[in-house]
Every structure is written in C-alpha cells, then in structure tokens.
Design a protein around this ligand. Structure first.
Ligand SMILES: Cc1cc2nc3c(=O)[nH]c(=O)nc-3n(C[C@H](O)[C@H](O)[C@H](O)COP(=O)(O)O)c2cc1C
Length: 265
C-alpha cells in the first residue's frame, strides 16, 4: 500500500504514518516529477482548507495517475468539514479518478485567523483521534467501499462561501488571501526573525527566500495558505493578518524535521 500525503503541521502526516504502508510526500513527488503510482491500494491524506480540498492537492490530483483497484482519500480537519467529499468527487470526475473510499478525521484545528492554538490543543482528547484512526485503518484493511455523505445544507453553504475553480475562497465573503495573488497584505514577518530559514524549508511551493541584502525574508506569490511557515517558525516571527494571537501548533507526534523532509523543495 502507498499513502501519499500533504501536511503543514503534521496532522495528516501522523494519520498517513498510522495507516501503515509506504508513505510518500506529495511535495517530494511533485519535486521529482512523479505523478504515476501503482499498488494494490493507494491512498491520499491531506488537510481540509476552507471546507474543501486545498488547491495544491487539487492540482496534484489533476496530474496524477493511480494504477490500483482501491483508491482512498482521508482529509484531516478541525471543526467543520463543509462539503469536502463533494468537492473531491468533482475533482475526481474531472481527472478520471475513481475513489472507493472517502472519509475524514477530526484533529486539532490549525487555522490561526480564528482559533487560539492553546485552546484547540485542549480540545484534542474529545476528538478521540486514536480511536478514529483505528476505524479508518480497519476500513482500509477491509477494502471498505464508502464515500462520506454530505447534507444538502453543507453543500449549499460551501458553494455560497467558495468557488471551485482553484480559488477556494470567495474573497467578498471571507477576507482572506486568494491563491495565486500577492501575499504581502496577508502575511507579515516581524523583527524577531533571525533568518534561520526554517520557514523556507517547510514551504512546499518555495514561496520563501532569504534576502541577504535586506536581511529579511522575501515572500513570492505562490502561497496557498497552508500555514506551515507560520506554525514552524521557532521565533513566532511570521504573522497572518488578523490572527487571534501568536500561539502556534505542531502535531505532538511529529517532529519539525519530518515536516522539513516532507516539504523542502
Ligand atoms: C487555510 C486553512 C483553512 C482551513 N479550513 C478549515 C475548515 O474549513 N474547516 C476545518 O474544520 N478545519 C480547517 N482548517 C484546519 C485544518 O484542516 C486542520 O487543522 C488539519 O488537520 C491540518 O492538517 P496538517 O497538520 O496536516 O496540515 C484549515 C486550515 C488552514 C491552514
């Protein structure tokens, strides 16, 4: 079994590792130009962004070819999953992918514009993560055919908030960064930055570089808002406009170097 994953703060990597099998980082596959995979079972694990599949994962799926009889997807999310399965099904249809199993698992929510990470971490025990990972693992071992069902209301509210053309956020309704547009007004680096380069090494799209002349980090426009840099900065020097506070998060079972290894370009 192969499990492809994308992670910013370790939740999806932890789930991918817990399922067993060979784990492959999507950013590393993209870096190496590998888009075709063959195995008896193939899975993809990714964080849910804005009630939908992150545009980075959508782009990967549009290029990917999976030679398998059992393709599964698991999304990790924090509070509310909207219509992620409906979105994934529409991406799959466009890309000729046939998912046998689509499910979700609730974990710590790393969305700092809305949540205080200290409070979110306190809620973790109630989410029964280990128990739910066991359920997912068993389902996959038994090659269960099952697609997450979403209510009419979830689909309706998701389509009201987000469009589905690679730009997941409806800018008029949610004041957030839009994929592919400049990041300068959305992300700020404060003076506590020591140019250690951790941010650049966890960024899956090489959006961050160090400018030796100004002594500051430079942001380009490829950001799709995974927040890996913001959460991984050892000085908490990177900030999102309107964030609740400077508390940051990484899954307790995942080390920083695993995120670097997964995302470094
Ligand atoms: C930009 C962004 C948007 C998010 N949107 C949602 C959301 O709509 N609903 C939700 O429950 N969690 C949302 N989250 C939280 C993540 O889905 C969740 O914390 C996930 O497990 C993180 O996985 P990772 O550690 O593998 O990156 C969002 C996170 C980010 C960074």
């Amino acid at each position: 079994m192969k499990v492809l994953y994308f992670t910013a703060t370790g939740n999806s990597l932890y789930v991918a590792k817990s399922l067993g099998g060979e784990i492959l980082s999507i950013p590393q596959m993209i870096k190496q130009g590998i888009y075709e995979f063959s195995d008896e079972k193939i899975g993809i694990v990714f964080p849910l962004h804005g009630w939908a599949v992150p545009p980075y994962v959508v782009d990967f799926l549009k290029k990917a070819k999976f030679n398998t009889n059992y393709l599964f997807a698991i999304t990790t999310y924090g509070i509310y999953s909207g219509a992620v399965a409906t979105h994934l099904k529409s991406v799959a249809k466009e890309s000729n992918l046939n998912f046998s199993y689509i499910n979700k698992i609730q974990m710590v929510d790393n969305y700092i514009p809305t949540f205080d990470m200290v409070k979110e971490i306190k809620k973790e025990p109630k989410k029964e993560i280990e128990k739910n990972i066991c359920i997912l693992k068993k389902d996959i071992e038994e090659s269960k055919n099952w697609i997450l069902k979403e209510s009419f209301l979830s689909k309706k509210s998701a389509s009201y908030m987000f469009n589905r053309e690679g730009k997941p956020f409806n800018k008029k309704r949610l004041k957030v960064h839009v994929y592919g547009e400049g990041i300068d007004n959305y992300l700020k680096v404060d003076d506590s930055c020591v140019q250690c380069g951790v941010c650049a090494s966890v960024c899956p799209v090489s959006n961050i570089s160090l400018d030796p002349t100004t002594g500051k980090i430079k942001l380009s426009d490829k950001c799709f808002m995974c927040f890996a840099c913001v959460h991984s900065c050892p000085k908490q020097a990177i900030h999102i406009n309107g964030e609740v506070n400077s508390n940051r998060y990484r899954n307790k079972n995942i080390k920083l170097n695993e995120i670097v290894k997964a995302n470094k370009q």
